[in-house]
Design a protein around this ligand. Sequence first.
Ligand code: ATP
Ligand code: MG
Length: 200
Amino acid sequence: MGMRPLAPVRCASAQDVTDTAGRPDGRLRLFFALWPGAATAAALYARACALKAECDGRAMRRDTIHLTLAFLGEVPSCDLAALSAIAAGIGGARFTLELDHVGTWRGNRILWTGPSCLPPALVALGQTLADCLRAAGFALEQRAFTPHVTLVRNARRTPQAGETHALHWRVASFVLVASERGTAGAHYRVIGRWRLRENR
Ligand code: ATP
Ligand code: MG
């Protein structure tokens, strides 16, 4: 779908990226994402547990559930200022995600939930972010943006139903996240948040 770039809006509520403590090599593993509030995270976690009960595997922890917008991989922490400036210039409108679909990627045993109908504001946000990041020299993978929320890994079976009752996720901001490896797997730390414009 050909999307017009969003008009950059001044994002008065954008916070500067905070807490830049990185690894000794000065690099961070980063991605932009949508991060659910407590109620949505609880509902998504309940869906993850139901899928795990049906298909086995490992449910995502409630505090790690998210939707990746753009994955940057390992970047030097001195790039944080540029990333913050890009995020602040994105603009974009708030939207509601109707998560009414459960799917699986062939081959990697991941179960995810996503919307059967993509909100144009989400498509525009992902596209504008990718365009601006690439224009600034960040390398993103080429494959198309497929918005999904990973819920279960290492599933042993495929879920019965593709369609399911919709979870309504009201999205009012996006975040920059550092992915850190700990003894208990990946730990995610939100290091910046930018508000989306209220719809008029
Ligand atoms: P682990 O890799 O230890 O299993 P993880 O996949 O949750 O943990 P990361 O690899 O840091 O942690 O990924 C962070 C987020 O970015 C996840 O949502 C992941 O699906 C997504 N992601 C990772 N690699 C890519 C990639 N090459 N392209 C797009 N998204 C990616
Ligand atoms: Mg990974």
